[in-house]
Design a protein around this ligand. Structure first.
Ligand SMILES: NC(=O)c1ccc[n+]([C@@H]2O[C@H](COP(=O)([O-])OP(=O)(O)OC[C@H]3O[C@@H](n4cnc5c(N)ncnc54)[C@H](OP(=O)(O)O)[C@@H]3O)[C@@H](O)[C@H]2O)c1
Length: 287
């Protein structure tokens, strides 16, 4: 029986650790990437690569040939629903047994949000496909403070008011994904993945200040300023609109609950923000 695990989104924040953990455990993995030369630099010579692009259905069959399980991570794009659903159909045709899909927190609850609706449509399509599935629904990533919300001149600018969220470390998401892909008992399970505490942005600034030994502060910016700043750096309107929905949800504390799903699946507690900050201190010493 085929045992190969196909990892998508492998060069990104979550996927790179999924690849690392699966390969450390000796799993037979195949890594689907758009640019093999670039991925070869990232992963070295021992990882099996296949050219794969969600935007190119012709790339699906060879990526899926002989695959039993898929780690499915779709980048956020306006055509996410269509391309992901087409990929799921191809996976079913290819004889895949189980899809482990990276989704997002809060999609069964109110308020609805655009990125959540896209993930919900993909989850629904996977359910209807009849394939075994596991849905991983993480809260906002701690790593967003390195990418999207990185401090400028020692200040984090966000329109969150005093809203709190239970930020999760992408390394923990990858640990859950690897465990689910390597063990039984996760069919039709939904894991909501959070960090161990709800933090406001002022808490984040304080924890970063202690870990990095440099002072950070939180500037609670008006929504209009946050929107303008994203548009000014060239982000497309659909992305800005989607992120503004997330900011509004977080300002209202909707995603502050803490779950134990990371520990339940991996046996290890979720990483706290102080540990994340210490591990990435170098990234916060500049800017
Ligand atoms: N950020 C958050 O706080 C958060 C919270 C919950 C859920 N999520 C979900 O997490 C996912 C993003 O995860 P991430 O942050 O780990 O991703 P990421 O770091 O942005 O990486 C995206 C990955 O997708 C690949 N990719 C991009 N376009 C592709 C295409 N056309 N075909 C195949 N691969 C393609 C990229 O490969 P290349 O090297 O080729 O670019 C890269 O490996 C999204 O589904 C998002 O909704 C995010």
């Amino acid at each position: 029986m085929a045992k190969t695990i196909l990892v998508t989104g492998a060069t990104g924040k979550v996927g790179r650790d999924v690849v690392r953990l699966l390969s450390e455990r000796g799993a037979p993995i195949r890594v689907g990437v758009r640019d093999q030369a670039k991925a070869r630099e990232q992963f070295g010579d021992d990882i099996v690569l296949v050219t794969f692009d969600f935007e190119n259905e012709d790339s699906f069959a060879s990526a899926l040939d002989g695959v039993a399980k898929v780690f499915l991570l779709t980048p956020s794009r306006p055509n996410q629903v269509e391309v992901t659903n087409a990929f799921v159909d191809a996976a079913k045709r290819a004889g895949v047994c189980h899809i482990v899909k990276l989704s997002v927190i809060g999609i069964d609850d109110s308020p609805q949000f655009t990125f959540g609706e896209w993930h919900a449509a993909n989850e629904q399509h996977i359910r209807e496909s009849g394939l075994a599935f596991t849905f991983l629904r993480p809260n906002s990533f701690m790593q967003n403070f390195i990418t999207f919300f990185s401090p400028r001149n020692g200040a984090i600018h966000l329109p969150w008011g005093s809203g709190k969220a239970s930020f999760v470390d992408t390394r923990d998401i990858a640990s859950v994904a690897a465990e689910v892909l390597m063990s039984d008992g996760h069919d039709e399970k939904i894991y909501t993945l959070t960090g161990p505490a709800a933090l406001g942005i002022a808490d984040v600034a304080r924890i970063l200040s202690e870990a990095v030994r440099r002072e950070f502060k939180y500037v609670d910016v008006p929504e209009s300023a946050a929107r303008d700043a994203m548009l000014q750096v060239g982000m497309p309107t659909w992305a800005v609109d989607g992120l503004m929905e997330l900011h509004a949800i977080n300002k209202q504390n909707h995603w502050s609950a803490v779950t134990s799903d990371i520990e339940r699946v991996t046996g290890s507690p979720a990483t706290d923000f102080a540990q994340f900050a210490r591990d990435h201190a170098e990234r916060f010493r500049v800017g």
